[in-house]
Design a binder for this molecule. Structure first.
Ligand code: AMP
Ligand code: GLY
Length: 423
């Protein structure tokens, strides 16, 4: 079959890598892809949010299955457009993608179906929002309602900080229309983890556990990023907790959305806060996590293609996935200055030496080719992902790869996976 993957980051490189191993695949395209993806798939110069052009391409090439990586095309309705044209596509439709596209939508859904999460209020009026903050006190969390590329959340330790956040979002409109509405949430303490499940709108197929590292610096310090590294499995998610998460969060979410006339199909990303052995929802996303996809897909033994196809068709009967016994750890190598401004176009050295290491994958995220050389072209540049018989061995493997790759200003965390070792 012919498959098109939409996107061009580390998550999509991992998806392309995994899909390319399926005996069911004859031709694999990726739009727009990146230099790493180009080794495995034919890259098509169409942006992930150019829905008309993607649809034309898929119709002309008779694509059998399209797999959407990022959230933006999902919230723009790429799935609705492809389905209307009779094409199979993996991901939620526009109505269901609101679970990520609108924080108020997801909080209202959780309230309606008694899904454990932080208490909240939602506001379109600045003064009402400020009054709520003063009433609740700090610490408190302020969130722009819409998509803000992972930057629309302010975890405020004081009331003043929260009010300043409201003014940034609602008055200065730093996130544009995404900030016309805000959600204000109770601060949750605990350890974060990510939980993923494939679904066709009715049936659920959970993935192995994983954990991201959101802050830029070691020991979870500094500003939030898209994610600086991830590992799987995550021991904080015990088997009992995973069953609990499915029963109290994933199942009621999927059933609730179906009952509300907006069934969710694709992969559901549940961002969790875990405290005292109980999990509460921090956020839902409508897609695979990045970088969580890198370690998860390296560990996945089952062919992913039949699963993606079954979700797209509403025929998910498979009830479990096979996983390699090994642990996987992904260390993100980022541009100097990220998550703020950074310089692009700097040549990356050591890629060949890293790629020669066994059980190691260098997934490209923000890279480009300049004069036939690979250069940095985004904040998160590479996801160096290693397998090992234990998390400790996988950490050593990933950092062995990181050690041989460099470019001016490169930054990465030195403590990816350490949390798992403490357990
Ligand atoms: P979100 O985009 O909603 O995942 O928020 C980004 C990050 O902010 C999360 O990964 C958490 O680290 C933090 N965060 C969000 N909501 C809360 C909350 N209610 N309590 C504590 N931290 C939060
Ligand atoms: N790893 C965080 C995200 O994908 O949003």
């Amino acid at each position: 079959m012919k498959i098109l993957v939409v996107g061009g980051g580390g998550r999509e490189h991992a998806l392309v890598w995994k899909i390319s191993q399926s005996p069911l695949v004859d031709t694999l395209y990726c739009a727009p892809g990146n230099p790493g993806i180009a080794e495995l798939a034919e890259c098509v110069l169409i942006g992930a949010d150019e829905i008309d052009a993607l649809l034309d391409f898929a119709v002309n090439e008779k694509i059998d299955l399209t797999v959407v990586g990022p959230e933006v095309p999902l919230t723009m309705g790429i799935v609705d457009r492809f389905q209307a044209a009779g094409l199979e596509i993996f991901g939620p439709n526009q109505a269901a993608a609101q679970i990520e596209g609108s924080k108020k939508f997801s909080k209202d859904l959780m309230a309606k179906y008694h899904i454990p999460t932080a208490a909240y209020g939602s506001f379109t009026d600045r003064d009402a929002a400020v009054a709520y903050i003063r009433e609740q006190g700090a610490p408190i969390v302020v969130k722009a309602d819409g998509l803000a590329a992972g930057k629309g959340v302010i975890v405020a330790m004081t009331v003043e900080e929260a009010v300043a956040g409201i003014d940034e979002i609602m008055v200065d409109a730093v996130f544009g229309a995404a900030g016309a509405q805000v959600v204000i949430e109770e601060f949750m303490a605990g350890e974060e983890a990510s939980f993923f499940a494939f679904t066709d709108g009715k049936n659920i197929l959970p993935l192995a556990s994983s954990q991201d590292h959101k802050r830029i610096f070691d020991n979870d310090e500094g500003p939030n990023t898209g994610g600086m590294g991830a590992y799987s499995p995550a021991p904080v998610v015990t088997d009992a907790l995973a069953r609990d998460i499915i029963e109290t969060i994933v199942r009621p979410t999927i059933d609730g959305m179906a009952a509300d006339g907006c069934p969710y199909s694709g992969i559901l990303y549940v961002g969790l806060m875990i405290a005292d052995g109980k999990a509460r929802v921090v956020e839902f996303n409508a897609r695979f996590g990045d970088p969580e996809a890198q370690p998860l897909l390296m560990r996945m033994k089952s062919d992913i293609v039949p699963v993606l196809q079954a979700c797209a068709r509403g025929e998910l009967t498979q009830t479990s996935l096979e996983w390699h016994d090994k642990a996987a750890v992904c260390v993100v190598m980022a541009s100097g200055g990220y998550p703020a401004a950074f310089e692009k176009g700097l040549e990356i050295s050591g890629l060949d030496a890293a790629e020669a290491i066994e059980d190691l994958m260098v997934f490209h995220a923000g890279t480009a080719l300049k004069d036939d050389k690979v250069v940095n072209n985004g904040g998160r540049v590479l996801g160096v992902t290693g397998l090992g018989t234990t998390v400790a061995a996988a950490i050593d493997k990933a950092y062995a790869g990181v050690k041989v790759i460099t470019w001016p200003g490169v930054q990465f965390r030195n403590d990816i996976g350490k949390k798992a070792l403490g357990r």
